[in-house]
Structure formats: C-alpha cells, structure tokens
Design a protein around this ligand. Structure first.
Ligand code: GAL
Length: 691
C-alpha cells in the first residue's frame, strides 16, 4: 500500500456523512465483555484432543507468533470429556486452557453436542435422528442426534453443566459456542408428537387449522392434530411453513436446554452463542438468536470465486441477527475440502476477507482449522500449520492480519458499521417462494443480493434486518421479495413510510398471509391501497422482456408482474416493452407518496444496470450519500463509528492497483501517517481514522 499527501477540502457529501454518523452512534461494540482482553480477536479452531500434550506448547507458541489471541476448543470432543457414561475427564482441557493463557490466548469453549460419543448412541439409539423417509441415522460422522430427543437433551444438559461448573469462572474462558452449525431436523416419533402439540398450542381447535390451511383442498380436512403428516416438501404450503416455524422453535429450545445448564454457573461476561451458516434457511435465525448473546457465523466461500457483495451481505445478515457486532467463528485459511473443486483464494484474499469481516462489524475472525488432523474426514482442508507442525504459506498472511488487528484494535474499539439503508431478510417469504418457485431459477436469496449489490456500492453501508425490526433510523428500506406479508408487518412498514421513510417492495411482495395462504387482495396485499396500485398478474419468464422509463432502459428476466395504478397520484417509473402481449406497455414499477414518505413497488427482476439506476434515484430521493464518492469499481468503503470516533476501512477487491482520492486528510492507522489519497495494490487494504 502507498499513500499520497496532497490536501483537498472536505466535500459537502462527506461532511454530511461524518456529522450524521459520529454523534448518532449508540451501539457499543467490543470483541468480548472482558476489558483486559484485546478489542479485536484473531483466532483458530484448535483440537488439542487430537495431539499429544507434549506438542501443545509448540502449537500455541506458533499461534502467539502469528498474533493469534483466541482459540475455540472442545466442540467435537465429547468422547474425550466423557469417555464413559457419567465418567468425566477434564484434566486435559484444564491443561489446554492454562497453556493457552500462558501464550496470551483466550478461549471459547464449544459444547460437544454435535458429535455424540459411540457409547451414547449405541446404548440409546432413540437419540439418533430420523430422516424424512423414517430412516434412523447410525453412529458415525457428526450431527447424528435428534434435536427433539428429550434423552439427548438430558445428556447435552449434563455435559454442558459439567463444563460450566468447571470453566464458568475461568478468567481465560470468554465465551461459549453451543453445539456446531445447527442444521438437520429430525422426523422421529418424539419430534412428530412435539409438532402435533405445537400445532395444537398454535391453533387451539383443529377447525382453526383446517380453516387457515384450506384443508378442504384434496380432502385434507383433519379431525385431530395427531392425523397431520410431518413433511418438509410436497405438502400443503401452510403445513410446510408451520413445520419451519416448529423447527425454529425446537432449535431455540435446544439452545435453551444448554443455556440453562451454563448460565447459572457462568461469569456474566462470558457470552453464549452458536455458529451459523450465512444464507442457510433451515430455521428462522431471528427466533434462534432470541436467547443468544451475540451472533457468530462460519464464513466460507468454498472456492476461488469470492463474490464480495454476496459475502458482505452475509456479514450484514449475521450482524442483523442481534443488531450488533458479531463474530466470524470460522473462516477458510485459503481453501476448503468440501467443494467440487476446492480451489484456493488468491494470495492476498485471505487478508482482504478478514478486513471485509471487520468492515462489516465482526470483532473476531477465526480460522478453521489450526492444523491438519492426521486422519478424520477433513485431511485436505486449508490450515495454518501442516501435519508436520510447521507453517504452510498462508500462515504469514494471517500473521500480517494479526499484526494489523493489534495496530488498529484500539481505534476500532466501540465502533460499529453505520447505515441509513436497510434490506429486509424474511425467512417466511424465502421459504414460501422456495416451496413454489414457479420459475425454478427464481432464488429469493439471489434476488436479495441483486438488490444489495447496487445499494452497497452506492450507499457504502447496508443493514440486513428482519421485517419486524425498528425502522425509524433508515432513510430507505428495501424488501426485495416480501412474499409473506401479514397485516401487522404491513402496518409496521406503512407506519415507517408515513413517518417519512422510503419503502421499496420487490417482485412477489405481499402475496401471502402468515399462514402462507393467498391474500385476498392482489399484491402487495395489505399495502395495495397505500401504494395506489396492484399487481394484476404475475408471469414467469423464459426470455428477457424490455423495460424502460425516465430512469433508463434495460430488461426483466425470470419474473415480471403486470401492475395497474388505482390512484391518480401513483406514478409509473418503468414500463414493459413488447413481449407476451399481456405485459406490453404495462407498468413494471410504480411509486406513490404516502404521508411524509413513499412506497415504491418494483414488479420485475431487473438487470443489474437498470436496477442500479433505480437504486441511485431512490437513494438520491432519500438523501443517502456515500462515505467517499467516486471510488473505483471493486473498492469497498466500510465505515465503523462510535462515540466521537470513526474508522474507514478501504478494501481493494481487484487484483490490480487502484487510486482513491480521500475527501480530506486521514490517518493511516497501519503506519501512523496522514494522507488525502490512497494507492492500493491488488487485494490491499487501508485502515483510516477520521477523528
Ligand atoms: C464447518 C464446520 C467445521 C469444519 C469446516 C470445514 O462447517 O463447522 O467443523 O468442518 O466446516 O470447512
């Protein structure tokens, strides 16, 4: 990285941004609740149980040399902690935690429940999960337990409690990870009984369920809750949605079972979390995070195709689970072992990714894993240290990240990303669309990213939040596909617009109610009156359809909705050109002023260029300005601000050099010099202090 020094005046836009952000920042952030621990953490997943104790000190010394100050341990070590039923062995873990402390490395403890020991599943096969076709898992691999099994939960509670009794007040243990990557539900008899009880609690009388599910269809009418099948596809859309809600609640109570074992024995400063998987939609993350302290996720690209927009959206999504800074609990040291071609990130991109995580609000970045295990299912995965115990090439790049975290940690302490733009993530809508895509290429997550991309580019900061989150701080709120729109959510959104917010709804919005039943008003259902228009018909597209308007022209692909205006003050923004006859010259996007704000409906999956013109116009109308204007393509600008401080992280995601003009002189925290422009090599980064 090189810097230039010519001084330029602060632009009006940036002055506005700085004044708007710095004093209004209320969210507090730090990596841990322990004031004596570093404010940014660099970590590795370490498995001491796989190695002779005589080797541990050498590993920890190599970590310390790379500025690694965090290890996560234990999440698959149940058979080492409880080798026989009720016989515990924690001596090795005591030593590992103590030795880590000697090397100034703090510890997150994983409860080992993603990998039950063979004695447990052999003696109690009823704890094993059953798949949708009624096949029970056998022992082997991992995650073979039933999330609903009361017996499994009893064992999980016991091991978590034993760990908490021993380490809940260990000054080197800063937090807990429950299990590992919650994923597959179980269809065992106990889970089915619980689902029926859950439905009974929700609907009270079977008649209510029959009514909301429209069970007269195909003779599905039920006389009692026990008759209801348990499936996750090819079923009534209402059943499918309720199954997802049940699964979400069951994972939440699965967490609660372990939280209730840990919390009474744990220092208040120790957080409890679990590690999630980005866009994974097996359950509603907002529900599952309601009893966790922080959000954490496993950030894997899988191969060399690092799409920084998609990855940035996944960071912002995770930050939105608790609306505060989060952790990257795992990420790849260059490559993984589970993709079709496990190609590597280019030299420099591991550092690029680490800084993107920080830019989007991570306070810890942890690599999976420290060292290749000699055997086991993941021998080919990227590591920092090879089986021989010496560093592999990426070690030095991670060491550089560690050095940079040390230099910038103080400035970043108490800062969090800032945004006046929000993108809505709604699991009900994603599920509802995925149950019946109508066009198999219509992926609701891809559509979110299509909207996210120009918003991130143009606003340089996007929050990804649930539809129920408070909205008043946002100037622009975009719901790319709010297919399920209950009346209550519609009121929440309408209130936001009436108070001065700008609400944008994307294709397929407002079609369903909370039972996944069609709304009897046409789309956007309960918001059609306020919009002053409605969708007359939706069409899945095989071919591109031309679209144009005052903002520009382009095409619609995959999906197009024929819209009509009902109010004279609803303005048509875009119209379709000639295509199937139905769409010809019909509105594709309309907008209307509502109270002090506006509602805009975009009924088509627009191409990137046209959508970028639309978002630019919406941002302008909403008064949203970038942090730094005129940055080169492929350069990301991330602003983190706190009380009286703000830090800008610049990331050059290109593999070529770029030049960036700064609006005024800023301090480069990596070498303590001041500059008004920055030159970055390919994949290079800069960390700049505003105040
Ligand atoms: C994660 C998992 C880790 C490891 C890693 C490999 O999903 O939590 O235990 O398997 O993948 O990429």
């Amino acid at each position: 990285m090189q810097f230039h020094r010519p001084l330029r005046l602060l632009t009006a836009a940036t002055l506005f941004t700085l004044l708007a952000f710095a004093p209004s920042c209320t969210a507090f952030s730090q990596a841990t609740e322990y004031s004596d621990k570093p404010s940014l953490l660099l970590g590795a997943a370490w498995y001491p149980e796989q190695w002779p104790e005589s080797r541990w000190d050498a590993d920890l010394a190599l970590m310390e040399a790379a500025h690694i100050n965090l290890v996560r341990i234990g999440e698959f070590a149940w058979s080492a902690m409880e080798p026989y039923e009720g016989k515990y062995d924690f001596d090795w873990l005591d030593h590992a935690i103590k030795l880590a402390e000697k090397h100034h490395i703090c510890v997150v403890l994983g409860t080992p429940t993603a990998a039950p020991p063979a004695w447990l599943t052999t003696k109690y096969p009823d704890t094993l999960r059953v798949d949708e076709n009624s096949v029970r898992d056998e022992h082997g691999n991992r995650q073979q337990f039933s999330f609903a099994s009361s017996r499994y939960r009893k064992f999980a509670h016991e091991i978590a409690e034993k760990m908490a009794e021993r380490y809940g007040h260990n000054s080197n243990v800063i937090g807990w990870q429950l299990d590992n990557e919650y994923a597959a539900p179980s269809f065992d008899p106990e889970a089915k009984t619980q689902f029926h009880a859950w439905l009974k609690a929700k609907y009270g009388k079977i008649e209510n369920l029959n009514d909301h599910w429209t069970t007269a269809y195909w003779s599905q009418t039920y006389d009692n809750f026990d008759e209801i099948p348990v499936r996750q596809d090819h079923e009534n859309p209402a059943l499918l949605l309720d199954w997802k809600h049940f699964v979400s609640d069951t994972w939440k109570s699965y967490s609660e079972n372990q939280i209730s074992a840990i919390r009474p024995h744990a220092d208040k400063r120790q957080f409890i979390t679990t590690n999630t998987m980005g866009w994974f939609d097996g359950f509603d993350e907002y529900v599952v995070h309601s009893n966790l302290d922080i959000a954490a996720w496993d950030d894997y690209i899988g191969n060399e195709h690092y799409d920084y927009f998609d990855n940035g959206a996944r960071h912002d999504l995770t930050r939105g689970f608790k609306n505060k800074n989060f952790w990257v609990m795992e990420t790849q040291p260059a490559f993984v072992n589970w993709h079709r071609i496990n190609s590597t990130l280019a030299r420099g991109q591991v550092r690029d990714m680490a800084w993107q995580a920080i830019g989007h609000g991570a306070d810890a970045v942890e690599y999976w894993q420290w060292r290749s295990a000699l055997n086991g299912q993941e021998q080919y995965h990227g590591v920092l240290v090879g089986a021989d115990g010496t560093p592999v090439p990426v070690y030095d790049e991670i060491k550089q990240v560690g050095d940079e975290f040390e230099k910038t940690g103080k400035a970043l302490l108490g800062t969090t990303p800032q945004s006046s733009v929000a993108l809505i993530n709604d699991y009900d809508s994603r599920w509802a669309i995925n149950f019946q895509r109508h066009n198999y290429t219509f992926d609701p997550v891809a559509e979110m990213v299509v909207f996210y991309k120009p918003l991130l580019n143009q606003a340089q900061g996007v929050d990804v939040i649930s539809a129920q989150a408070p909205l008043s701080k946002y100037k622009l709120v975009v719901a790319s596909g709010l297919n399920v729109l209950p009346k209550e959510t519609a009121h929440h959104l309408l209130d936001y617009a009436q108070q001065g917010g700008n609400l944008v709804l994307g294709p397929r919005s407002g079609m369903k109610d909370e039972y996944n039943a069609l709304n009897i008003e046409r789309q956007p259902g309960p918001l059609a009156d306020a919009l002053g228009g409605r969708v007359d018909q939706f069409y899945a597209l095989e071919d591109k359809v031309p679209v144009s308007g005052d903002l520009g022209s382009g095409t619609a692909t995959l999906w197009a909705e024929q819209i009509s205006t009902k109010s004279s003050d609803a303005k048509v923004l875009l119209r379709y050109g000639a295509s199937n006859g139905w769409l010809d010259n019909q509105p594709a996007a309309i907008t209307r002023k509502v109270g002090k704000g506006s509602i805009t409906y975009i009924g088509a999956w627009l191409d990137d260029d046209l959508l970028a013109k639309v978002t630019a116009s919406l941002l302008l109308q909403s008064g949203v300005q970038p942090v730094i204007s005129n940055t080169p393509e492929g350069v990301e600008v991330c602003l983190r601000a706190g009380t009286n401080k703000s830090v800008i992280i610049l990331i050059n995601h290109n593999n070529t050099d770029v030049h960036i003009e700064l609006p005024r002189a800023m301090k480069n925290l990596l070498d303590d010099t001041s500059h008004t422009s920055v030159d970055l090599h390919g994949y290079d980064i800069a960390v700049l202090q505003e105040k």
